[in-house]
Design a protein around this ligand. Structure first.
Ligand code: NDP
Length: 341
């Protein structure tokens, strides 16, 4: 079977491509340029016969995916802008995320009769209500929707990080609305990962321009930081390993009962102090650059929401990596990238 994976050049996209290839599928990946296609080929040098790359320069354009979806059996729509340095929330975050999603669903409906299911990478961003802060006593699950609106997000003064959450929320709403309005020949599953960490497998990744979540982790072991620096504050307290997210995307395509559902992917909550403790303990060579902070203090003084990830375990069979394993594997991959530079 052939699976279309959009955003094949990304941090998560690389793992999703690898997950489907390892399971025996043929993968067609979309990228935005020939240069990006070359980079993806360098990450998978032995897969020429089973990995085909196709260029979709602007997924926000109507009919952008009409050619890419032809003859595939399943679709994983993972491409979406995830950065916080933008000039226009609407043009750079909201439109590509929302229009990219409706364009791929329309393309599948019109041109891909063999597709039984579309898996959409949504996000915890589409669940979390940022205005309620740490929300002590609440348990986040698939029932939650971020209440942020498009109108709020497009305002010039709205911070891009909030606009990003609105872009993911808007895209997921648009997808479920499409399903309700169009009764297509396929069903939909959405995957909602928390902050995604884990080893970077992209052979041409650059430490100076890491994807947003990897950069968040790397700053705790940055070559510029020192043991007596403060531990950087958490951006988000909920996390998941990229390998578990990739596995969940494949299972979301394969498991019949998954159809029509959202799946929250999150191992649990963590603090950057815990990450610093793991790095200093398990990788002594990093002690000269990882802040000490207050070792062992973990969640002291932070009262926050809990998470319920039971649906992903029950239906998709996800077995979550531990924070220690993820942090150690991520750090080793960063060190390899440093050596390559
Ligand atoms: P990356 O930035 O590494 O990957 C994003 C991918 O989307 C890249 O392939 C990128 O292509 C593509 N893309 C970005 N903007 C556009 C656009 N306007 N048109 C077409 N393609 C575009 O980030 P991640 O791998 O982390 O993110 C992948 C997905 O996972 C996104 O949907 C993101 O919202 C979601 N997600 C990520 C989380 C995380 O913590 N990392 C958490 C929850 C959800 P190019 O290489 O050309 O830039």
């Amino acid at each position: 079977k052939t699976i279309l994976v959009t955003g094949a050049s990304g941090f998560m996209g690389t793992h999703i491509v690898e997950e489907f290839l390892s399971a025996g599928y043929i993968v067609r990946g979309t990228v935005r340029s020939e240069e990006a296609a070359l980079k993806v080929r360098r990450t998978f040098p032995d897969q020429e016969s089973r990995l085909d790359l196709t260029i979709v320069p602007d997924m926000a354009q109507a009919h952008a995916f009409d050619e890419a979806v032809k003859d595939v059996h399943g679709v994983v729509h993972n491409a979406s802008p995830f950065h916080t340095q933008v000039q226009s929330n609407e043009r750079e975050l909201l439109r590509p995320s929302i229009d990219g999603t409706t364009n791929i669903l329309s393309a599948v409906q019109a041109h891909a009769p063999d597709v039984k299911r579309v898996v959409l990478t949504s996000s915890f961003a589409a669940m979390v209500d940022m205005s309620l802060g740490n929300r002590p006593g609440h348990v986040y699950s698939e029932k939650d929707w971020n209440p942020i609106t498009y109108q709020q997000a497009k305002k010039a003064l709205t911070p891009p990080v909030l606009a990003y959450t609105a872009a993911k929320t808007g895209a997921e709403h648009a997808a479920w609305d499409f399903m309700q309005a169009s009764y297509p020949h396929f069903d939909l599953v959405t995957i909602l990962p928390a902050m995604v960490y884990g080893p970077n497998r992209n052979a041409t990744a650059n430490l100076a321009s890491l994807n947003t979540s990897s950069a968040d982790l790397y700053r705790i072991m940055s070559p510029e930081s020192k043991p007596d620096d403060p531990v950087p504050p958490n951006v988000l307290y909920s996390w998941v390993d990229v390998r578990d997210v990739a596995f969940a995307h494949r299972r979301a395509f394969e498991v019949p009962e998954a159809g029509g559902n959202r799946f929250f992917l999150c191992e649990g909550n963590f603090t950057n102090q815990q990450v610093a403790d793991i790095l200093r303990d398990k990788l002594p060579e990093l002690r000269s650059r990882v802040p000490v902070g207050t070792p062992g203090s973990g969640f002291e003084g932070v009262d926050m929401y809990k998470i319920d990830h039971s649906r992903s375990e029950k239906v998709l069979g996800v077995k979550y990596h531990s924070l220690e394993q993820t942090v150690v594997d991520s750090a080793k991959a960063f060190l390899q990238l440093e050596q390559r530079m």
